[in-house]
Design a protein around this ligand. Structure first.
Ligand SMILES: [Mn+2]
Length: 285
């Protein structure tokens, strides 16, 4: 294994999936990378991708931040490297499904198409190795439900459906009209007593959506808060983000789901130690 040091120095060579320092999973779920913004931890993600291999990868939205790119171009080499790495992985036979979020909604006009072997879809239904079925969705269209839950409950099912339909279209319209993106986090800080309250409501809403779809769980992103929780037998899983927390969700060969956090500080040079995986814990509010 002489190549270990070169990885740590940013060598762009891909280790083979069979290399001893590569962990293999059935499926990998990542979201909210926000390539094109200064906050994106593209370098950390690149290291992560070199050491975590999966036959199937879901990109669960906000991978590229089109809203920011429109106002000021920021595209360093590391951001390009992430894109290249994913395209290469697709070429080598991994199946990659890209589910656009609100920041990369320019891709929402391309549902059902492929680019470089990557499939663009609105949502996906993922069947895990243990037979459990998960709805995979970015989650931004539920912002409106979270914000207006009381009204929608009062007005009933049609209002709920209408709100979801509108949310799916509204940001696209805003973008075409040249407005800036409505910021969830800014709104949450202003309007909700605390972000934890908002996160809790979001999780509940998404779990309810899984129930509506008669599946076993939901895998989403959007709120930059990794989690794996049970709501009345429904599994809520959030992939987190690559801006602050550097988290991802993996499916093991037996169908077991796990949230993992990439700790950039633990270098990979010491092979005596396990890879830079640390037990994931919910961040303190
Ligand atoms: Mn989002």
């Amino acid at each position: 294994m002489p190549a270990m040091t070169s990885f740590a120095h940013g060598d762009s060579l891909d280790p083979s999936p069979d290399a001893p320092d590569v962990r293999k999973y059935r499926t990998l779920f990542i979201s909210d990378i926000h390539l094109g913004t200064r906050g994106s931890q593209a370098g950390a993600l690149l290291e992560f991708l070199k050491h975590h291999h999966a036959e199937m990868i879901y990109l669960v939205g906000d991978i590229v931040d089109g809203w920011r790119l429109r106002s000021s171009w920021y595209w360093p080499q590391s951001h390009n490297d992430v894109v290249q790495k994913l395209l290469r992985q697709a070429r080598k036979g991994s199946r990659i499904v890209y589910i656009p979020g609100n920041h990369d909604e320019f891709l929402r006009e391309f549902y059902g198409t492929h680019f470089g072997g990557i499939e663009v879809r609105e949502t996906a239904l993922h069947e895990a190795a243990d037979g459990k079925r998960y709805l995979v969705i970015h989650g931004d269209i539920f912002d409106v439900v979270v914000r207006h839950a009381r009204w929608l409950a009062y007005l009933g099912d049609w209002a709920y459906e209408a709100a979801l339909w509108l949310s799916g279209h509204i940001n696209l319209m805003r973008r075409k009209l040249g407005f800036t993106y409505w910021s969830l986090s800014a709104w949450a800080k202003l309007r909700v007593k605390n972000a934890v309250n908002f996160i809790g409501k979001f999780e509940e809403t998404l779990a309810a959506e899984a129930k509506r779809h008669q599946v076993d769980g939901v895998i989403c992103g959007h709120i930059h808060s990794a989690a794996m929780r049970d709501f009345d037998g429904l599994t809520y899983i959030n992939t987190g983000d690559w801006v602050e927390s550097c988290t991802a969700v993996v499916e093991h060969e037996d169908g077991r789901m796990e949230v993992i956090r990439w700790a950039a500080s633990s270098r990979l040079l010491n092979r005596q130690r396990p890879l830079a995986l640390v037990p994931w814990r919910r961040r303190a509010a």
